[in-house]
Design a protein around this ligand. Structure first.
Ligand code: ADP
Length: 485
């Protein structure tokens, strides 16, 4: 029997994506559908999505419906299209009064209303479709109220009598915390006892925490991150609650879309290659250096960086280490990213201070990200914390061994290189200090001098399979365990 799985999230690529969340919802849903499951995705019909060139169709029995949130009444409708290329159906909740902002996240006062409407409209759409999901799989704080809604406002509906809920935590840094007065608009004032008492006493409610308490199962995007968020250092204040639910918390590493990220057929790059024939990779290195105007020398390693420039990504460590490496050693550094001003200025400063050796592009550029993955010899990810991380998995597939800090998903996906046994796929350091990174980079650069060993290292990484075809299995096992199927 096909499982009925309802995914609810703020992002689904290619319609709406700011980071890993959008890729995961799309990749997981596609893989579930390929496995024959009945998957339906709900997300808001953001203004920028409505402007995209997809064949959106209005669902005639989900048109001009009304929902009261506190004293306000909202009119909503639903549009649908398939997740390309031939994926499951995506349902977009259309409510111009709430989704008229330019961006996915508005940061405005009514953010909680935007995602409350998403949660309730998704549930009410299921009712009107007569479709009772076996699993409501909800993502991050935006959809985290679905479990409590099913236990309260919609508990009367037998359609959901067998429905179970899974909440996936993509990044604990965002929790959706609002004043307790919003309970009325959420329609949950009569159920205040189901919210965390200590929060209410302090005059607030947390969407994510409420989901953590009421979801049947919790998942996060790597095994190590599942452990780390149970510690005070990385728990963002939720570690106690997570420890108390440890038996319901599972870590599953995200999958990679190799249709998009495979050096043998990547449409973004001019030279293709595989583990069996790496000549295209050598040409990519030359082309990359030519493109960005850095001097090419085959023995000089190229270190790549593609990242949101936030402190989460460990950029503070670069401030102390990269200048000395660029000064003392013959290496090239190619960086792509945007974010906090101090990191952008530092990378611009590097480019000016080390002409011919360092180059930086400020902004978001999909094509350049592929060029760097393919053309670099080494990839840097010294993250302070990293729930899963995708770039290190892309790097492995592109034969660009990553230098990572051993945290979260980086710890789960990168195996340290052992030059004697010739096993391993990259380099990882433990301590979040400049010395830690210095040690990691230094180890990698020494390994690079052994051309034969390096080739083996590249091939080890390229042979790894983090595809969704594989990673979907633990999700299916989990759904089955939950539903007794
Ligand atoms: P996060 O979701 O925390 O940003 P991930 O490693 O999970 O980190 O995913 C980041 C994704 O965004 C990757 O696909 C990466 O290539 C992409 N990315 C990040 N910054 C840029 C940029 N400046 N230009 C192009 N792609 C970027």
């Amino acid at each position: 029997m096909a499982l009925k799985v309802c995914q609810i999230a703020a992002e689904t690529s290619p319609f709406a994506k700011t980071g890993g969340l959008g890729d995961v919802v799309a990749g997981l849903s596609r893989a579930l559908a390929r496995e024959g499951q009945d998957v339906r995705i709900f997300l808001p019909f953001y203004k920028r999505v409505a402007q995209l060139d997809f064949p959106f169709v209005a669902v005639d029995f989900l048109r001009d419906l009304e929902l009261a949130l506190g004293g306000r009444r909202f009119t909503w409708s639903v549009f649908t299209t398939r997740l390309p290329p031939s994926g499951p159906d995506v349902y977009f909740v259309h409510c111009p009064a709430l989704y008229h902002h330019e961006g996915i996240y508005s940061g405005d006062w009514d953010e909680y209303l935007r995602f409350t409407l998403l949660a309730r409209a998704a549930i009410e759409s299921c009712q009107r479709m007569g479709w009772g999901p076996d699993v409501f799989h909800v993502h991050d704080w935006h959809a985290a109220l679905v479990p409590i809604y099913l236990r309260t406002l919609y508990a009367w509906d037998r359609l959901f009598a067998r429905s179970r809920t899974v909440l996936t935590l993509h990044n604990l840094g965002y929790q959706g915390i609002y004043g307790r007065e919003v309970l009325d608009e959420l329609g949950l004032a009569a159920h205040a006892q189901l919210f965390a008492a200590e929060d209410l006493a302090q005059g607030r409610v947390s969407f994510l925490k409420t989901g953590l308490v009421h979801a049947d199962l919790l998942t996060t995007v790597s095994r190590t991150y599942a452990r780390e968020i149970q510690t005070p250092e990385q728990g963002f204040g939720l570690d106690g609650l997570l420890r108390s639910r440890a038996d319901r918390l599972v870590g599953i590493v995200n999958g990679v879309d190799y249709g998009e990220w495979d050096p043998a057929r990547d449409p973004h790059i001019p030279h293709h290659y595989s583990a069996a024939d790496l000549s295209g990779k050598r040409r990519m290195k030359e082309s990359l250096l030519g493109k960005v105007g850095l001097a090419h020398r085959r023995d000089a390693p190229v270190v790549g960086l593609v990242s949101r420039l936030t402190s989460q990504k460990g950029l503070d460590l670069l401030l102390d280490t990269l200048p000395e490496f660029l000064f003392h050693r013959d290496l090239r550094f190619v960086a792509l990213g945007s974010g906090e001003e101090r990191y952008e200025s530092f990378l611009s400063w590097l480019q000016v201070s080390f002409p011919g050796k360092a180059w930086y592009y400020r902004g978001y550029n999909e094509e350049l990200a592929h060029w760097i993955e393919a053309g670099a010899d080494l990839f840097l990810m010294p993250s302070r914390y990293e729930p899963c991380g995708l770039n290190q998995m892309y790097s492995l597939r592109y034969g660009t061994p990553p230098v990572v800090r051993r945290t979260g998903g980086l710890a789960d996906t990168v195996e340290p290189w052992n030059p004697v046994a010739r096993g391993g796929t990259g380099f990882s350091f433990d301590h979040f200090t400049p010395e830690g990174l210095r040690w990691g980079l230094d180890t990698a650069l020494r390994a690079f001098e052994d051309a034969e060993g390096w080739q083996r290292l590249m091939q080890n990484g390229m042979a790894k399979d983090f595809s969704w075809e594989r990673q979907v299995r633990p999700y299916l096992d989990l759904y089955r365990r939950l539903t007794g199927g």
